[in-house]
Design a protein around this ligand. Structure first.
Ligand code: HEC
Length: 196
């Protein structure tokens, strides 16, 4: 048995291969923490599960999503209201962002230089859905799903749509090599009427 201290009251009397168990008392603060966590679990169970008084994770997530959707639809509606008066942006940051968007999202169909691929050439004077800047904005916003042009409303932020439309506006008349032939005969008006 324990040769060192056979009287130690904390030592339990079983032994395996010389290893013995010390029955130390738990510190009071620890026991209270343990009791409190049991009490907390009971309150939690009754409040959230028995009474259903608080929102569980799924409900909280749904409420947050709905709040987010409301913010988003306000932003979309505001943009839709202002769209008709919008002008192409010319500041370098907006155009650089528009260019980045174009390269990743639009170039697969319109080609990196906008000369046309699946989608039409965006650099010539022929347009299918109208030639002025607002026509372009509307086409990007609403898309032409039946013809394969993506509806970007709600996918891209309104500001990104304004930026990318402004970027492609700068590509007008750039004459890229081997452009896609014109798909319509509506000529773009030149001069300030483009902004109508
Ligand atoms: C999946 C292919 C595809 C992608 C991606 C795409 N487009 Fe298009 N786009 C088209 C097609 C196809 C048309 C022609 C629709 C038609 O014939 O009515 C079109 C038409 C347009 C038009 C109108 C051209 C006209 O002649 O009136 C604009 C402007 C335009 N796209 C801009 C964009 C921009 C900006 C993006 C990226 C944010 C983009 N497109 C991404 C396929 C695409």
């Amino acid at each position: 048995m324990n040769a060192n201290d056979p009287q130690d009251p904390l030592l339990l009397d079983h032994e395996v291969d010389g290893i013995r168990e010390l029955d130390n008392n738990l510190p009071r603060w620890w026991v209270w923490l343990f009791n409190l966590s049991i009490a907390f679990a009971a309150v939690y169970l009754v409040y959230y599960h028995a009474m259903g008084a608080g929102d569980l994770m799924a409900a909280e997530y749904r409420k947050e999503s709905e709040a987010g959707e409301r913010v988003k639809s306000v932003a979309l509606a505001r943009f839709e209201g202002e769209l008709g008066q919008m002008k192409p942006l010319s500041d370098a940051v907006a155009l650089a962002q528009g260019q980045a968007t174009f390269k990743t999202l639009c170039a697969p169909c319109h080609r990196e230089d906008a000369g046309g691929l699946v989608g039409p050439n965006l650099t010539d004077t022929y347009w299918i859905h109208g030639s002025n800047f607002v026509d372009n904005l509307k086409t990007i916003w609403n898309g032409v799903p039946e013809k394969g042009m993506v509806t970007w409303k709600g996918v891209l932020k309104p500001q990104d749509i304004h930026n990318v439309a402004s970027y492609i506006y700068t590509l007008r008349g750039t004459q890229p090599p081997n452009p896609k032939p014109a798909e319509n005969t509506v000529q773009a008006p030149t001069g300030p009427s483009q902004f109508e």
